[in-house]
Structures are given as C-alpha cells and as structure tokens.
Design a binder for this molecule. Structure first.
Ligand code: HEC
Length: 182
C-alpha cells in the first residue's frame, strides 16, 4: 500500500521536473528569452542573482585577512590600479554613474564613493576570479595577488583612503602621478 504510493509521488515529481526542463528548453529554442543588454534587470532577477553571488563568494572566498598593512602606500597603489583598470566601468569618485558602466547587463555597480560591504578576502576573490556571465573580468592573469590585495584594501576603505579624501577637494590620487608626494 505504502510503496506504490511513494513510487507514484516520485514518478509525479520526476515528470514535473522533466516537463519543466523541456518547456524551458522550448522557450529558449523559440528565441523567447530576451538577450539584449540595454535594460535594467527586473527586480526579482537582480535579487536572486545577488543572493546567489553573495552566497557563492562567501563560500569560496574564505576569511583570510589582507596580508598587506593598510599603509598610505598600499592604498595609493590600490587607488591607481582602480583608476587605471576599474574606474571606466565602476565610476570615478564623486562623478555619479557613467554611461559605459550602466550599459552592461547587469550594470557595473558604483564602487568609487562607498566602502564595499564585502570583506577584503571576498573582494580579493571577486577581483581575481571575476563574475561569470557579466562584464566583470577575472583579473588574476593581469594583476599580481599583491596588486589585488591593494585594490581590495582601497575598495574597503573608500571613505578614508587618500584618493577619496583628496577627491573631495578636487585633487584625487586618481589625478596624481605615482611619484607625486602628498
Ligand atoms: C568592463 C567593465 C568592468 C571592469 C573594467 C571592471 N568591472 Fe568590476 N564589475 C563589472 C560588472 C558589470 C559587475 C557587476 C556584476 C554583477 O552584477 O554581479 C562588477 C562587479 C564587481 C564587484 C562586485 C561588486 C558588488 O557590490 O557586487 C567588484 C568588487 C568589482 N567588480 C571590482 C572591480 C575591480 C577592482 C576592477 C578593476 C581591477 C573591476 N571591477 C573592473 C564590470 C567591470
């Protein structure tokens, strides 16, 4: 009595899963999934993706503290890397969202004006490995681990870094040459 019932339930569940997958495949085959990048992701999609992203980063990044001290030198180095490689998408300090960064799907978040909510180890992981199916590249082949920790330190301390303090007066480290002294 009990066994056939369980078998029936399992068969039903399997049929729903297979049927659902076939419908999803058909929708894709018919070209009904929009692929254009020039719109904002719907709120539910952004929420679900954000949740998956945070959970995955938390799982893979670990909790290692930044091995570099947060000296002015390291923060300035991070600011320079940011200005050179990241600001085009993620925005310059006090400049608001740029058209380029806003034109991706999902858009590149503004990172220039607020300290990141991610821990430094998580920032390190994101920058090194990138984010799949978005415009966020994996920088691990272009930046050394040391450089990535510098940029992570910079992003985490957006309110206290030399670049931000000075950008309030219009003289950000982004505009300084590497050899300029404060
Ligand atoms: C070509 C554009 C582009 C460049 C260049 C780029 N990024 Fe990104 N980045 C993105 C996009 C788009 C996202 C959002 C992906 C998403 O929604 O999950 C992102 C996400 C991130 C995030 C996660 C932020 C969050 O709050 O979810 C961090 C941190 C980050 N980028 C850091 C950097 C750093 C540091 C650099 C430079 C070394 C950089 N990015 C260069 C496009 C870019």
């Amino acid at each position: 009595m009990r066994k056939p019932f369980i078998q029936g339930v399992l068969t039903g569940v399997a049929a729903i899963v297979v049927g659902g997958a076939m419908i999803a495949l058909l929708v894709m085959k018919l070209g009904a999934v929009p692929v254009n990048a020039d719109r904002q992701p719907p709120a539910l999609e952004a929420r679900l993706f954000g949740m998956a992203l945070h959970a995955s980063v938390a799982r893979y990044a670990g909790a290692q503290p930044n091995p570099l001290p947060a000296t002015d030198e390291n923060l300035s180095a991070g600011a320079e890397i940011y200005a050179e490689m990241c600001a085009k998408c993620h925005g310059k300090p006090n400049a608001g969202p740029g058209v380029y960064g806003a034109s991706f799907y999902p858009p590149a978040p503004l990172l220039a004006d607020h300290p990141s909510e991610y821990a430094e180890a998580e920032l390190f992981w994101i920058v090194k490995h990138g984010i799949r199916n978005t415009a966020m590249p994996a920088w691990g082949r272009q930046l050394s681990d040391e450089n990535i920790w510098q940029v992570a330190a910079f992003l985490k301390r957006r309110d206290s870094s030399p670049m931000n303090n000075q950008s309030r007066t219009g003289e950000g480290a982004m505009n300084r040459r590497p050899d300029d002294k404060k």
